[in-house]
Ligand binder design. Structure first.
Ligand SMILES: [Zn+2]
Length: 310
């Protein structure tokens, strides 16, 4: 089979070297499309992925150009936000989600029998990825939103109502950029000190607030301080919570703290940080993210979206 890629601009432009590369890519993709034959429709694409349908050279040229533009933009954003390296891109969402169970030693009585939401600190995966989770909601930093959006870094927010209720629009804007907003109780109490009914009020009350303010009651909940008991998970389950991730590392603006003895990151680790600014620590959320991203990139990790694995 012979494929001719026509692109008038290529011939006349000084950028022919780069564009030529794209043309080769286009030919390769078309060639492999032909090799599969016409009857390759049996396997549906993974969620969130679309198969390229009999691509035309022009379409692929556009795709490659867009991809290259996105990478250039990310590199420029990394420089603009003062990162040492360009953050790595996470692999596509897995076709089959991992089976997540409670971390050993973090189960409660009847965990399995009652099918209670598992408490875990790491998602089972062999990919070199970590998940960023940001808690509470005190600081509303516009520069932070711009930074994450320009760098295309996914993260998950755990909101406590008493800290976010003065500015729901800030978090709606975050949500509109693809961030999942999750439950972190109404008032951030030490839950094991409360009765079942009180815990239910804290967790399920926040579900109602989130449904009203953000249009959706989440399925993911994080107990404040990472403290919980059997009643916590029973109460959470009663109002639709399926997962209770905590964390394996915590990043602050000036240091990291680790749960494991090796003081290191691991594939699938959940990293915690907070919506905090200069009121509470010596730096901004942008400074905090710079510390986080510089470390994970230097260690060869990409930041992936937690919900893709749940
Ligand atoms: Zn918290």
């Amino acid at each position: 089979m012979r494929v001719v890629v026509q692109n008038d601009k290529n011939r006349s432009s000084r950028g022919a070297g780069i564009r030529g590369g794209i043309a080769v890519l286009a030919v390769a993709a078309i060639a492999s499309g032909c090799a599969q034959g016409a009857e390759h429709k049996a396997v549906p694409p993974a969620p969130g992925q679309q198969r390229l349908k009999a691509p035309e050279a022009r379409a692929l040229d556009t795709y490659a150009t867009r991809l290259r533009a996105a990478m250039t933009a990310r590199a420029a954003a990394a420089k603009r936000w003062g990162l040492k390296q360009v953050p790595l891109t996470a692999p596509p969402a897995p076709a089959h989600k991992p089976h997540i169970t409670a971390r050993k030693g973090f189960e409660v009585d009847d965990q399995e029998e009652l099918n209670l939401p598992p408490v875990f600190t790491t998602v089972p995966t062999k990919e070199r990825i970590v998940f960023l989770t940001i808690d509470d909601g005190a600081e509303k930093d516009r520069a932070f939103l711009r930074m994450m959006s320009e760098l295309k870094i996914p993260y998950t927010a755990f909101l406590s109502n008493f800290l976010v209720k003065d500015d729901y629009p800030y978090f709606r804007r975050m949500q509109s950029e693809g961030v999942t907003l999750n439950n972190h109780t109404l008032t951030h109490p030490f839950l094991p000190g409360l009765s079942y009914e009180e815990q239910k009020h804290e967790i399920c009350g926040m579900q109602k607030v989130m449904k009203k303010e953000f249009g959706k009651a989440p399925t993911v909940f994080r107990p404040p301080f990472g403290n919980y008991n059997r009643d916590t998970l029973r109460a959470a389950k009663s109002c639709g919570i399926k997962y209770a991730p905590i964390w394996d590392e915590e990043v602050f603006v000036d240091h990291w703290e680790y749960r494991e003895w090796d003081q290191d990151l691991h594939p699938g680790d959940i990293v915690l940080t907070h919506f905090r600014g200069r009121d509470e620590w010596k730096g901004t959320m942008v400074d905090d993210m710079r510390r986080f991203l510089n470390r994970v990139t230097a260690d060869g990790y990409a930041v992936a979206r937690l919900e893709d694995y749940l």
